[in-house]
Design a protein around this ligand. Structure first.
Ligand code: DUR
Ligand code: ZN
Length: 294
Protein backbone atom coordinates (compact mmCIF):
# COMPACT_ATOMS: atom_id res chain seq x y z
CA UNK A 1 0.00 0.00 0.00
CA UNK A 2 1.29 3.39 -0.99
CA UNK A 3 1.95 5.29 2.22
CA UNK A 4 0.72 8.62 0.87
CA UNK A 5 -2.87 7.32 1.16
CA UNK A 6 -2.60 5.21 4.31
CA UNK A 7 -3.86 7.72 6.87
CA UNK A 8 -6.62 8.98 4.58
CA UNK A 9 -7.77 5.49 3.69
CA UNK A 10 -8.22 4.60 7.35
CA UNK A 11 -10.83 7.39 7.67
CA UNK A 12 -13.07 5.94 4.95
CA UNK A 13 -16.07 3.62 5.40
CA UNK A 14 -14.98 -0.03 5.58
CA UNK A 15 -16.75 -1.03 2.35
CA UNK A 16 -14.99 1.77 0.45
CA UNK A 17 -11.61 0.87 2.00
CA UNK A 18 -12.06 -2.71 0.83
CA UNK A 19 -13.11 -1.63 -2.67
CA UNK A 20 -10.19 0.82 -3.00
CA UNK A 21 -7.45 -1.43 -1.64
CA UNK A 22 -6.67 -3.24 -4.93
CA UNK A 23 -6.70 0.00 -6.91
CA UNK A 24 -4.17 1.78 -4.68
CA UNK A 25 -1.43 -0.86 -4.62
CA UNK A 26 0.64 0.71 -7.42
CA UNK A 27 3.19 3.20 -6.04
CA UNK A 28 2.35 5.31 -9.08
CA UNK A 29 -1.43 5.06 -8.73
CA UNK A 30 -2.48 7.83 -11.16
CA UNK A 31 -4.84 9.58 -8.70
CA UNK A 32 -7.81 8.98 -11.00
CA UNK A 33 -10.47 6.35 -11.52
CA UNK A 34 -11.79 5.35 -14.93
CA UNK A 35 -15.55 5.35 -15.49
CA UNK A 36 -15.66 1.55 -15.14
CA UNK A 37 -13.70 1.70 -11.87
CA UNK A 38 -16.15 4.34 -10.66
CA UNK A 39 -19.11 2.10 -11.52
CA UNK A 40 -17.48 -0.79 -9.69
CA UNK A 41 -16.76 1.38 -6.59
CA UNK A 42 -20.39 2.55 -6.58
CA UNK A 43 -21.70 -1.00 -6.88
CA UNK A 44 -19.45 -2.27 -4.09
CA UNK A 45 -20.26 0.56 -1.67
CA UNK A 46 -23.82 1.59 -2.54
CA UNK A 47 -22.64 5.21 -2.87
CA UNK A 48 -23.99 7.41 -5.68
CA UNK A 49 -21.73 9.67 -7.79
CA UNK A 50 -21.82 12.65 -5.44
CA UNK A 51 -21.48 10.59 -2.26
CA UNK A 52 -18.51 8.72 -3.74
CA UNK A 53 -16.77 11.98 -4.68
CA UNK A 54 -17.30 13.31 -1.15
CA UNK A 55 -16.02 10.07 0.36
CA UNK A 56 -12.86 10.26 -1.77
CA UNK A 57 -11.95 13.81 -0.63
CA UNK A 58 -9.56 12.66 2.14
CA UNK A 59 -7.57 10.71 -0.48
CA UNK A 60 -7.46 13.74 -2.79
CA UNK A 61 -6.40 15.98 0.09
CA UNK A 62 -3.56 13.60 0.88
CA UNK A 63 -2.14 14.44 -2.58
CA UNK A 64 -1.75 18.07 -1.44
CA UNK A 65 1.76 19.43 -0.96
CA UNK A 66 1.17 22.27 1.46
CA UNK A 67 4.57 22.64 3.10
CA UNK A 68 3.99 26.33 3.77
CA UNK A 69 0.36 26.55 4.89
CA UNK A 70 -0.16 22.99 6.17
CA UNK A 71 -3.68 23.54 4.81
CA UNK A 72 -4.60 20.44 2.82
CA UNK A 73 -7.23 21.06 0.18
CA UNK A 74 -8.62 18.16 -1.85
CA UNK A 75 -10.78 18.26 -4.97
CA UNK A 76 -12.37 15.54 -7.09
CA UNK A 77 -13.34 16.50 -10.65
CA UNK A 78 -15.87 14.40 -12.58
CA UNK A 79 -15.44 14.32 -16.34
CA UNK A 80 -18.24 13.83 -18.85
CA UNK A 81 -16.51 10.49 -19.59
CA UNK A 82 -17.44 9.39 -16.06
CA UNK A 83 -13.80 9.36 -14.94
CA UNK A 84 -12.86 10.92 -11.58
CA UNK A 85 -9.66 12.97 -11.14
CA UNK A 86 -8.04 13.95 -7.84
CA UNK A 87 -6.50 17.32 -7.16
CA UNK A 88 -4.58 18.74 -4.21
CA UNK A 89 -3.04 22.15 -3.58
CA UNK A 90 0.67 22.46 -4.32
CA UNK A 91 2.97 25.04 -2.75
CA UNK A 92 6.57 25.59 -3.90
CA UNK A 93 8.93 26.73 -1.15
CA UNK A 94 11.87 28.64 -2.60
CA UNK A 95 9.71 30.32 -5.25
CA UNK A 96 6.83 32.80 -4.95
CA UNK A 97 3.24 32.46 -3.78
CA UNK A 98 2.16 33.06 -7.38
CA UNK A 99 3.52 29.61 -8.26
CA UNK A 100 0.92 27.91 -6.01
CA UNK A 101 -1.55 25.50 -7.59
CA UNK A 102 -4.94 25.37 -5.87
CA UNK A 103 -6.64 22.01 -5.42
CA UNK A 104 -9.42 22.95 -7.84
CA UNK A 105 -6.85 23.97 -10.47
CA UNK A 106 -4.99 20.74 -9.76
CA UNK A 107 -8.04 18.52 -10.37
CA UNK A 108 -9.14 20.48 -13.45
CA UNK A 109 -5.69 20.53 -15.05
CA UNK A 110 -5.27 16.86 -14.18
CA UNK A 111 -8.49 16.01 -16.07
CA UNK A 112 -7.43 18.18 -19.00
CA UNK A 113 -3.95 16.65 -19.25
CA UNK A 114 -5.49 13.17 -19.32
CA UNK A 115 -7.67 14.14 -22.28
CA UNK A 116 -11.02 14.78 -20.61
CA UNK A 117 -13.30 16.78 -22.95
CA UNK A 118 -15.42 18.59 -20.34
CA UNK A 119 -16.25 18.44 -16.63
CA UNK A 120 -19.67 17.84 -15.13
CA UNK A 121 -18.90 18.44 -11.43
CA UNK A 122 -16.21 19.27 -8.94
CA UNK A 123 -16.31 18.31 -5.26
CA UNK A 124 -14.05 20.18 -2.83
CA UNK A 125 -13.45 19.92 0.93
CA UNK A 126 -13.42 23.74 1.39
CA UNK A 127 -15.26 26.53 -0.33
CA UNK A 128 -13.39 27.58 -3.51
CA UNK A 129 -11.59 30.93 -3.25
CA UNK A 130 -12.28 33.77 -5.68
CA UNK A 131 -9.21 32.86 -7.77
CA UNK A 132 -10.52 29.30 -8.26
CA UNK A 133 -14.04 30.47 -9.11
CA UNK A 134 -12.48 32.69 -11.78
CA UNK A 135 -10.22 29.85 -12.99
CA UNK A 136 -13.26 27.56 -13.33
CA UNK A 137 -15.10 30.21 -15.36
CA UNK A 138 -12.66 29.54 -18.19
CA UNK A 139 -13.96 25.97 -18.60
CA UNK A 140 -16.11 24.87 -21.53
CA UNK A 141 -18.72 23.64 -19.02
CA UNK A 142 -19.38 27.32 -18.19
CA UNK A 143 -21.46 28.44 -15.24
CA UNK A 144 -23.43 25.16 -15.34
CA UNK A 145 -20.51 23.26 -13.72
CA UNK A 146 -21.78 21.60 -10.53
CA UNK A 147 -19.89 22.53 -7.37
CA UNK A 148 -20.37 20.18 -4.43
CA UNK A 149 -19.18 21.31 -1.00
CA UNK A 150 -19.57 19.58 2.38
CA UNK A 151 -22.68 20.75 4.22
CA UNK A 152 -23.98 22.85 1.30
CA UNK A 153 -26.80 22.20 -1.12
CA UNK A 154 -25.61 21.20 -4.59
CA UNK A 155 -25.01 24.40 -6.59
CA UNK A 156 -23.42 25.57 -9.82
CA UNK A 157 -20.49 27.82 -10.64
CA UNK A 158 -23.08 30.42 -11.60
CA UNK A 159 -24.36 30.39 -8.00
CA UNK A 160 -20.83 30.91 -6.64
CA UNK A 161 -19.75 33.45 -9.25
CA UNK A 162 -22.66 35.78 -10.01
CA UNK A 163 -22.17 38.57 -12.55
CA UNK A 164 -19.10 36.74 -13.83
CA UNK A 165 -16.34 38.17 -16.00
CA UNK A 166 -15.06 35.64 -18.49
CA UNK A 167 -13.78 34.71 -21.94
CA UNK A 168 -16.85 36.05 -23.72
CA UNK A 169 -16.11 39.56 -22.41
CA UNK A 170 -12.91 39.41 -24.47
CA UNK A 171 -14.70 37.76 -27.41
CA UNK A 172 -12.86 34.49 -26.91
CA UNK A 173 -14.73 31.44 -28.19
CA UNK A 174 -12.31 28.58 -27.48
CA UNK A 175 -12.60 27.56 -23.84
CA UNK A 176 -10.52 25.52 -21.43
CA UNK A 177 -10.80 21.75 -22.16
CA UNK A 178 -11.99 22.40 -25.72
CA UNK A 179 -10.06 20.37 -28.25
CA UNK A 180 -7.08 22.43 -29.45
CA UNK A 181 -4.14 21.91 -31.78
CA UNK A 182 -1.85 24.84 -32.53
CA UNK A 183 -0.24 22.62 -35.13
CA UNK A 184 3.47 23.15 -34.44
CA UNK A 185 5.62 20.41 -35.95
CA UNK A 186 7.01 17.88 -33.47
CA UNK A 187 10.78 18.21 -33.71
CA UNK A 188 13.84 17.11 -31.78
CA UNK A 189 14.17 14.25 -29.31
CA UNK A 190 11.29 12.51 -27.53
CA UNK A 191 11.21 14.99 -24.64
CA UNK A 192 11.24 18.03 -26.96
CA UNK A 193 8.43 16.49 -28.99
CA UNK A 194 6.42 15.90 -25.81
CA UNK A 195 6.89 19.57 -24.82
CA UNK A 196 5.79 20.73 -28.30
CA UNK A 197 2.76 18.40 -28.17
CA UNK A 198 1.85 19.93 -24.78
CA UNK A 199 2.23 23.44 -26.24
CA UNK A 200 -0.02 22.45 -29.15
CA UNK A 201 -2.82 21.71 -26.68
CA UNK A 202 -2.35 24.87 -24.61
CA UNK A 203 -5.14 27.39 -24.02
CA UNK A 204 -3.51 30.74 -24.79
CA UNK A 205 -6.12 32.80 -26.64
CA UNK A 206 -5.30 36.07 -24.83
CA UNK A 207 -1.56 36.27 -25.54
CA UNK A 208 -1.33 33.91 -28.50
CA UNK A 209 1.78 32.62 -26.72
CA UNK A 210 1.20 28.84 -26.49
CA UNK A 211 3.61 26.89 -24.32
CA UNK A 212 4.16 23.43 -22.91
CA UNK A 213 6.55 21.62 -20.61
CA UNK A 214 7.71 18.02 -20.60
CA UNK A 215 9.47 16.51 -17.58
CA UNK A 216 11.44 13.28 -17.80
CA UNK A 217 11.66 11.16 -14.65
CA UNK A 218 14.72 9.07 -13.79
CA UNK A 219 12.71 5.93 -14.65
CA UNK A 220 11.98 7.34 -18.14
CA UNK A 221 8.35 8.35 -17.53
CA UNK A 222 7.45 11.66 -19.18
CA UNK A 223 4.87 14.10 -17.81
CA UNK A 224 3.46 16.86 -20.01
CA UNK A 225 1.97 20.18 -18.93
CA UNK A 226 0.07 22.66 -21.09
CA UNK A 227 -0.30 26.37 -20.35
CA UNK A 228 -3.83 27.49 -19.37
CA UNK A 229 -4.63 31.20 -19.64
CA UNK A 230 -7.56 32.92 -17.97
CA UNK A 231 -9.66 35.87 -19.12
CA UNK A 232 -8.63 37.72 -15.96
CA UNK A 233 -4.97 36.86 -16.70
CA UNK A 234 -3.71 36.28 -13.10
CA UNK A 235 -5.38 32.93 -12.39
CA UNK A 236 -3.57 31.50 -15.45
CA UNK A 237 -1.67 28.26 -14.84
CA UNK A 238 1.91 28.01 -16.18
CA UNK A 239 2.86 24.88 -18.14
CA UNK A 240 5.48 23.79 -15.59
CA UNK A 241 2.82 23.76 -12.87
CA UNK A 242 0.58 21.57 -15.01
CA UNK A 243 3.39 19.03 -15.48
CA UNK A 244 4.51 19.14 -11.82
CA UNK A 245 0.89 18.59 -10.81
CA UNK A 246 0.64 15.39 -12.84
CA UNK A 247 4.03 14.16 -11.62
CA UNK A 248 3.11 14.71 -8.01
CA UNK A 249 -0.39 13.21 -8.29
CA UNK A 250 1.24 10.13 -9.85
CA UNK A 251 3.38 9.57 -6.77
CA UNK A 252 6.66 10.97 -8.09
CA UNK A 253 8.80 13.54 -6.30
CA UNK A 254 10.64 16.57 -7.64
CA UNK A 255 14.00 14.89 -7.20
CA UNK A 256 12.81 12.21 -9.65
CA UNK A 257 13.05 14.84 -12.42
CA UNK A 258 15.99 14.13 -14.70
CA UNK A 259 15.43 16.69 -17.47
CA UNK A 260 12.92 19.34 -18.47
CA UNK A 261 12.01 21.04 -21.75
CA UNK A 262 9.89 24.17 -22.21
CA UNK A 263 8.39 24.70 -25.67
CA UNK A 264 7.36 28.23 -26.64
CA UNK A 265 7.52 30.67 -29.53
CA UNK A 266 10.64 32.81 -29.92
CA UNK A 267 8.73 35.95 -30.89
CA UNK A 268 5.78 35.66 -28.47
CA UNK A 269 4.68 38.63 -26.35
CA UNK A 270 5.02 36.52 -23.17
CA UNK A 271 7.68 34.06 -22.05
CA UNK A 272 7.56 31.24 -19.51
CA UNK A 273 11.32 30.77 -19.63
CA UNK A 274 12.49 32.78 -16.61
CA UNK A 275 9.70 31.62 -14.29
CA UNK A 276 10.14 28.01 -15.42
CA UNK A 277 13.91 28.12 -14.88
CA UNK A 278 13.53 29.73 -11.44
CA UNK A 279 11.02 27.14 -10.24
CA UNK A 280 12.98 24.19 -11.64
CA UNK A 281 16.13 25.45 -9.89
CA UNK A 282 14.21 25.84 -6.62
CA UNK A 283 13.12 22.20 -7.00
CA UNK A 284 16.72 21.08 -7.56
CA UNK A 285 16.55 20.49 -11.32
CA UNK A 286 19.35 22.18 -13.26
CA UNK A 287 19.02 20.16 -16.47
CA UNK A 288 16.52 22.05 -18.61
CA UNK A 289 16.31 23.63 -22.03
CA UNK A 290 13.96 25.35 -24.43
CA UNK A 291 12.48 24.07 -27.70
CA UNK A 292 11.29 26.81 -30.01
CA UNK A 293 7.90 26.43 -31.69
CA UNK A 294 8.03 27.06 -35.40
O1 DUR B 1 -9.88 27.57 -2.98
C1 DUR B 1 -8.82 27.30 -2.42
C2 DUR B 1 -8.26 28.10 -1.42
C3 DUR B 1 -7.00 27.81 -0.97
N1 DUR B 1 -6.31 26.74 -1.48
C4 DUR B 1 -4.93 26.47 -1.05
C5 DUR B 1 -3.93 27.46 -1.59
C6 DUR B 1 -2.85 27.41 -0.56
O2 DUR B 1 -2.01 26.31 -0.88
C7 DUR B 1 -3.58 27.08 0.74
C8 DUR B 1 -3.82 28.28 1.62
O3 DUR B 1 -4.54 29.25 0.96
O4 DUR B 1 -4.84 26.52 0.36
C9 DUR B 1 -6.87 25.93 -2.43
O5 DUR B 1 -6.26 24.95 -2.85
N2 DUR B 1 -8.12 26.21 -2.86
ZN1 ZN C 1 -8.50 28.64 -4.81
Amino acid sequence: MRSRFQAALAQLPASLQAALQPLLTDAHFPAMFSASEVESLKAQTGLDDDALAFALLPLAASCARADLSKFYVGAVARGVSGNLYFGGNMEFPGTTMQQTVHAEQSAITHAWMRGEKALSAITVNYTPCGHCRQFMNELNSGVALRINLPGRNPATLGDYLPDAFGPRDLEIKTLLLDEMDHGFALQGDELSQAAIAAANRSHAPYSNAPSGVALEMRDGTIFKGSYAENAAFNPSLPPLQAALNLLSLSGYDYNDIQRAILAEKADAPLTQWDATAATLKALGCMNFDRALLN
